[in-house]
Structure formats: structure tokens, C-alpha cells
Design a protein. Structure first.
Lengths: 301, 216
């Protein structure tokens, strides 16, 4: 990826022609773009992984109440819930993701992956994966993170990774696709299965709008991070089983780009539509938004 | 795509805002005694909820975007002895949706900086003391305030060339003919300390501010 791939099929061709690991071209791209050595890139990934694990831990230990009060220790509630709807691991995936994302909403230290608004998904997915499969070496997880980065690079090139540009499907959708690809890679899936997991994930997130209450990265963002982690695991399981998305991944990404482009502005982080435009959301705004505001005349600064 | 490590909740409302504060402080050259901050447009209503108020203060105190003290920045102002005030202004249509103006003071010394947060932690500084400019503070940047004399640009660029410095961008603005001019030069590589001292010593040069890279 010293020349950035425009498509997943180019990535696949490169891997098959040069017979290198799937993460290799992403590593080369990072070395070239950041002007760092290979060792420095691995070290950066290791640090990012450490910050992710810390985020999960901190989100479960410290008080997670946001400035607005809309986020209030949800991860701990899920952890302590006696009714387990789908088993311990499912519960864990949810509260790990919630913990990392709540920390973001509460001004804690996180890794943007790919963005701050979706920063609960990769930590939730990777910490859960490494706990359920303790035999996965850390190096393999770091390689999986490079695979994730490669996935996001292509999605950004063909469609978008930000809610303001492509809606929530683009932002949490990309993070979930990154998570799915990392899971499939770490569990020994081949290139085709990694790409299928991306296609299935994006299909499952397609159409989701970005409609944050009061414009804050809290509601519905935090819980959507948790659901996106679940979709990442669901897609990885289906892909690893050898089932297909039927539609090739590049075409799925283009479809997401098309939906994002035709999405109305009120559904793109502007807090004008969807959940942000409900009567209750408008009531919350009165308490959360700055009320003493000067208005200037047109054109005046 | 994985990174940067930052303090949440948002790269444009916290990360970028910390950087605007930090660059403003670097332009001022020292810890201000007081700062008056104006949040415009999209920032005006949400700056408290997003913690942009804490972020700008943290930057003015010299913190980086991944500093865990950002959330407690208001408490930190007491230690640093910095007073601050905040104001929100809507419908400033001539300005970017995410614009911030910072007026820093220490004794008689005053500097005003206008910055915008472009998303993903990227920023642009668009005004210094009323002089228009446009730089991102991602590469080495030199800000020269000088008397508007003939040949000054050629003189300065010659010094850069002899230091093997490639100029990436340059903006020049002046308050009036034969009055004060401000040059902002972004460079691909650094300037020798002795060249910087030489520039500062010139009788037509009023002030030189040199910004090393500001880490995201």
C-alpha cells in the first residue's frame, strides 16, 4: 500500500501476486506516510492497543458521568446485571465496548479508531476477543489492527468514515468493519473471509443516520457502539463459516457511499433530525446547550 | 486510521481546540495572565457539553491533546494563575462553523488569535492581531512582524535558502503602506538557531516567533 489501494480487489491482487501477509502493504504504507521505521509502527500499534485496554478498564472503574449527565455508568450496569440474555461473553462484549466509549464521552484518554465517536468498538472487540481466545499472541492482534487500518483506508477513499459526511453507517459502520476484519484475521481466516466480513458488516450497518442529541457524542452514539461491536462478531462468525455476502465488498462500500451522498443534511451530525429532533431531545438541549449567546448581523464578525 | 491517542469526546471539539489553544500560547510566547475566549457558530451552543471550554484552557496552559488533565483544566488555571472568560457568538456567517477567537494578555502585552478546527484534530490559524494568515502548525512555522520596507521578503527568503529551508507556504499582510507587515512562513525543515537570532537582530524586524511542530 505504498501506493494506497483504491479497492479491496487491488489489495487482494497485490497479496496474491507478491505472496505477502495481508497486513504487509498497510505496514509499508504507514512507514512511507508517517516517515517511521517498521519498529516504530509496531510500537505505535502496541501503544494504541494498550490505550484501548486502559480505556476499557478505566470505563469500568471510574465514575462515567458525562458533563450533560446523559451518560451515566451504563457499562457497569451491564456488567453487574444478573440477567444474562445471551451468556457471559456477549455481556462482556457489550460492557467492554460501552466502557471505552463512555470514557470518550467523559473526556477520557482514547484512541480514535477510526474516529473518536466510534472509539468504543475496536477496544470492545479486541479485549473481548483476546479474553475469549487467550492463545492469540499479542503480535497477531497488532497485525489484525493493521488489517483494520487497511480496511478503513479503503472505505475512506471510496466512501467516508465520518458521520458528518456519510452518516453513522460510515462512522460506526467502518469501525465495526475494522473490528470484523481483525477478528477474522486473528482467528485464522483467509483474505477472502476477511473481506466477506467487511461486506457483511457494512450491509448490516447500511443506512444508519448520525443524529446526536444536543450535538453531543453521547446519545445514541454510546449504545450504537455496543451494537456495532455485536455486528462485528456476527459478521465475523458468518464469514469464518465460509458463507458469502454475495455482493462483493467493493460494491457494498460503493453502495454505502451512495446512501451517504443522498442522505439529507439533517441526518449528518447536525442534530436537526432523527433522535436529535424528538421532543425529549429538544427538552434536553435546553439544559445542555449554552443559553447565553450573542447573535451578530449577517456578515459581521 | 488507528489513532491519534486523544482526550474525548471529539477530534474537532476537543483535540483541535486544545491545539488552537496551544498554538495561541506559542504565538504569545509565554503563559498569559488572562485569556478572553469567544466561541463562534457551531461551537457557540455546544462548547460546554463537548468540553471545548476545558480544551481551549488546557491548550493555553500548554497541554497536549492526550493529556488526562484536560478535563480538570479549570482547576489547573488556578495553579498557573491564569484568569479566563468565555463568550458565545452565533450567526457569524463570515467565519468558519468551528471558529474560536482568543485574546491573551500579560501586563501591557496583548495578542489576539483566530483559529478554526477543521475536524480530525486539524486546525488553521487565520488571524494574528488582525493580520490575516493561514497555517496549520503541522510543520515548522515562522511568524515575522516587521516594518514594511522594500526588499524585506527577498532578504528573509534568502536567509531561508542559505539554510537549505524549503518554503511550503507563505502569507504576507500589512496594516498599511510603509506600516507594519506580518509574514507567516511554513517550512519543510527547520531554521538554524543562529539565523533566527540574526533575523531578530535586524533593525526593521519587530518580532520573530518560531513554532516547532505541535504534536497532535
Amino acid at each position: 500500500m505504498s501506493i494506497l489501494f483504491n479497492s479491496f480487489s487491488e489489495w487482494k491482487n497485490h497479496i496474491e501476486t507478491h505472496n505477502v501477509p495481508v497486513w504487509q502493504p498497510v505496514l509499508e504504507y504507514e512507514i512511507e506516510q508517517k516517515g517511521r521505521t517498521e519498529n516504530e509502527i509496531w510500537l505505535k500499534l502496541d501503544q494504541a492497543y494498550a490505550v484501548m485496554k486502559d480505556a476499557v478498564k478505566t470505563g469500568l472503574e471510574k465514575d462515567m458521568t458525562s458533563i450533560s449527565g446523559m451518560i451515566n455508568n451504563g457499562a457497569k450496569k451491564v456488567r453487574d446485571c444478573k440477567v444474562s440474555v445471551l451468556g457471559e461473553n456477549f455481556q462482556k462484549l457489550l460492557y467492554y465496548t460501552l466502557a471505552a466509549k463512555e470514557l470518550n464521552s467523559c473526556m477520557g484518554r482514547i484512541v480514535a479508531a477510526p474516529t473518536a465517536g466510534a472509539s468504543g468498538i475496536m477496544p470492545g472487540v479486541l479485549t473481548t476477543l483476546s479474553e475469549i481466545h487467550p492463545d492469540i499472541p499479542k503480535q497477531k492482534i497488532l497485525e489484525g489492527m493493521l488489517v483494520s487500518a487497511g480496511i478503513a483506508l479503503i472505505i475512506e477513499k471510496r466512501a467516508s468514515i465520518s458521520g458528518a459526511v456519510g452518516g453513522c453507517q460510515a462512522e460506526t459502520g467502518t469501525a465495526a468493519a475494522m473490528g470484523a476484519g481483525a477478528i477474522v484475521y486473528c482467528l485464522g481466516g483467509d483474505l477472502g473471509q476477511i473481506f466477506e466480513s467487511v461486506a457483511i458488516t457494512i450491509m448490516n450497518m447500511l443506512g444508519l443516520i448520525c443524529d446526536p442529541v444536543a450535538g453531543l457524542v453521547e446519545v445514541p452514539c454510546v449504545k450504537r457502539n455496543a451494537s456495532a461491536s455485536v455486528i462485528a462478531f456476527a459478521s465475523a462468525q458468518i464469514a469464518l463459516a465460509g458463507d458469502s455476502a454475495v455482493i462483493p465488498v467493493d460494491e457494498v462500500i460503493d453502495a454505502m457511499g451512495e446512501v451517504g451522498a443522498s442522505m439529507e443534511t439533517q441526518y449528518k451530525e447536525t442534530a436537526l433530525g432523527g433522535i436529535a429532533n424528538t421532543p425529549t431531545a429538544r427538552e434536553i438541549e435546553k439544559n445542555v446547550l449554552v443559553q447565553v449567546v450573542e447573535e451578530v448581523e449577517e456578515g459581521e464578525v | 486510521m488507528i489513532g491519534p491517542v486523544m482526550i474525548g469526546p471529539s477530534s474537532s471539539h476537543t483535540g483541535g481546540v486544545v491545539r488552537i489553544g496551544k498554538v495561541a500560547r506559542m504565538i504569545f510566547g509565554e503563559q498569559p495572565e488572562s485569556a478572553s475566549i469567544t466561541f463562534y457558530n457551531s461551537f457557540a451552543r455546544t462548547y460546554e457539553g463537548h468540553g471545548s471550554d476545558r480544551a481551549i484552557i488546557a491548550g493555553l496552559l500548554g497541554m497536549n491533546t492526550d493529556d488526562e488533565r484536560i478535563k480538570q483544566a479549570f482547576d489547573e488555571t488556578q495553579k498557573a494563575g491564569m484568569l479566563y472568560s468565555m463568550k458565545a457568538v452565533m450567526n457569524a456567517s463570515a467565519l468558519h462553523p468551528n471558529a474560536i477567537r482568543v485574546l491573551m494578555q500579560k501586563g501591557e502585552k496583548k495578542t489576539e488569535v483566530l483559529g478554526i478546527s477543521r475536524g480530525g484534530g486539524l486546525i488553521s490559524i487565520l488571524e494574528i492581531d488582525g493580520f490575516a494568515c493561514n497555517f496549520s502548525a503541522q510543520s515548522k512555522t515562522m511568524i515575522i512582524t516587521a516594518h514594511d520596507v522594500k526588499g524585506s521578503i527577498a532578504f528573509i527568503t534568502n536567509i531561508l535558502a542559505s539554510d537549505d529551508c524549503n518554503i511550503a507556504t507563505m502569507t504576507v499582510n500589512r496594516s498599511g503602506k510603509n506600516d507594519i507587515a506580518k509574514l507567516v512562513i511554513e517550512m519543510d525543515s527547520g531554521l538554524k538557531p543562529i539565523s533566527l537570532e540574526y533575523l531578530k537582530s535586524l533593525n526593521w524586524v519587530i518580532d520573530v516567533v518560531y513554532l516547532e511542530n505541535v504534536e497532535i
